[in-house]
Ligand binder design. Structure first.
Ligand SMILES: [Zn+2]
Length: 488
């Protein structure tokens, strides 16, 4: 889900590099940003990364080489195979079947259908030296995009799990031969492109619990890294379905019915009416997937599905409250009932300088193409943001297409030389980062320290936002100085 990146980058140009976009956010964050900077000075991620990557380490060089070979001889074909057989989110049955078979054949224990999701899985391998070491997590996706001509891999998710497997298998070989204790976990996460967000569901079910670090890869139209801090790729989102229930009746005796379509239309219009009292950065878009069945029957059930987006989650909650109230009002006005079902939430994620700089130092060292030296705005390594708040991690994304996200061009590059070269590097860098995490206590300590402090700062930032927004997000009352004093 990276389509909005370019558009967002244009909108956010004045504050490029920081995740705070509105004047309110910037005011709320000013002191927090100073503290993030101080934290970065203290842990010195750039220097640490150079220190680590320039160190002579034969084991690590072998591991990186091995990850490349696993990609060349096994995983590239698997990636292309999934690419040629695209399946949309929640229906990635063949991809999961194939991936699970590979994992089982490589000695992983696999649990499928985790968190009640048919195409989710967790594969676990425990070192013969024991589990008394780091738990290394790798996230893979495999869903294709929906299109009028059928599904296609225009976001290159086909490569993600094969990339992860190349890294995992080279690590496994190293841990076996050198008797290094620890655990490797591969998380198969479905339907990145369709709500409800699978990773949030898996997170809430505790699937990621106990994992020390998480890595993930994604297609990229350049090789860049994020600044440390918190932010999100495509705004904070609430996905909400409003289900109106009326009473059916024949058209000619419509007075016996209660019209749920009237409720939906009033609601949709009320939301448009709210726009003038919402901040300009708000993005609200809805569809009516169910609007009744037949014109000669009073519609008894309708559904309005909204994506409500805002740069920060505090104002987003205020907007969502107003929209929920508009739905209740429409139900009241039409004698119908409304059920409000918030089925998805995406929030700011945490980006760690200690891992972003390490990834980027490897990208430079291994000669990654199309390097953009300008650090990008912070965003979590997975789009829902929730997992990144709990577990430190990194999204690796080496240049893998000349085209933009969600295009046939990106799909073609994903199964050609450009994609193959990018994915190979993704796998090598992923294996190196996990190796460093496993073997270098200084890095582990820095990652933990940075993550804990950014968690605290994110909480403080939200409190600051609540304070600055207080006058406009509180409900009006008769005591409110902005209310007219006259009564009639
Ligand atoms: Zn994607």
């Amino acid at each position: 889900m990276r389509t909005n990146y370019l558009i967002l980058a244009l909108v956010l140009l004045p504050t490029l590099g920081s995740a705070q976009t509105t004047p309110t956010e910037i005011a709320a964050a000013s002191d927090i940003l100073t503290r993030i900077e101080a934290l970065q000075k203290r842990i010195a991620p750039g220097e640490t990364a150079i220190d680590i990557t320039e160190r002579n380490d034969r084991k690590r060089s072998e591991l990186i080489e091995h990850a490349g070979q696993v990609w060349d001889f096994e995983m590239q074909d698997l990636s292309d195979h999934i690419g040629r057989n695209p399946e949309v989110g929640w229906a990635e049955f063949e991809a999961v079947d194939t991936l699970v078979k590979v994992l089982l054949s490589k000695g992983f224990a696999v649990e499928t259908g985790v968190a009640g999701l048919e195409t989710a899985f967790v594969a676990t391998w425990v070192s013969p030296a024991g589990s008394d070491g780091a738990v290394l997590g790798l996230i893979g996706e495999y869903d294709a995009l929906r299109d009028i001509d059928g599904p296609f891999h225009g976001d290159q998710h086909n490569a993600q799990t094969p990339v992860v497997l190349s890294a995992a298998l080279s690590l496994k070989a190293y841990m076996e031969s050198d008797r290094v204790p620890g655990t490797i976990r591969v998380f198969g996460t479905p339907a990145e492109e369709i709500g409800p967000p699978a990773k949030t569901i898996m997170y809430e079910a505790g699937i990621f619990n106990g994992t020390d670090i998480l890595v993930r890869s994604h297609s990229a139209s350049e090789t860049s890294r994020a600044r440390a801090g918190f932010g999100v790729c495509c705004l904070n989102i609430n996905e909400v379905k409003y289900v109106f229930t009326g009473r059916p009746a024949h058209q000619l005796t419509s007075w016996n019915g209660r019209n749920a379509l009237e409720a939906a239309v009033r609601f949709y219009t009320s939301v448009n009416g709210l726009r003038s009292t919402l901040r300009p950065e708000a993005s609200i878009q809805g569809v009516i997937p169910e609007g009744g069945i037949a014109p000669n029957v009073v519609p008894a059930r309708t559904v309005v599905d909204y994506y409500i987006r805002y740069p920060d989650e505090v104002y987003l909650e205020h907007m969502t409250r107003m929209i929920d109230d508009a739905a209740r009002g429409a139900a009241l006005a039409t004698g119908t009932a409304v059920e409000i079902n918030r089925y998805g939430e995406y929030r700011d994620g945490i980006a760690l300088g200690s891992l972003e700089e390490l990834y980027f130092a490897y990208a430079r060292k291994l000669g990654a193409p199309r390097i953009n030296e300008v650090p990008q705005r912070p965003a979590g390594y997975e789009e829902t943001g929730w997992v990144t708040r709990d577990i430190p991690g990194i999204g690796v994304g080496i240049f893998s297409s000349r085209d933009t996200y969600h295009t046939k061009g990106m799909e073609a590059d994903g199964m050609g030389d450009i994609g193959h070269a990018g994915f190979r590097l993704d796998a090598q860098i992923m294996s190196a980062i996990l190796y460093d995490y496993l073997t270098n206590p200084v890095l582990r300590q820095k990652v933990a320290e940075e993550h804990t402090e950014l968690q605290t700062l994110l909480g403080e930032y939200h409190n600051r936002l609540r304070e600055v927004y207080a006058p406009e997000i509180s409900e009006p009352s008769s005591e409110d100085p902005m209310q007219p004093k006259w009564k009639n």
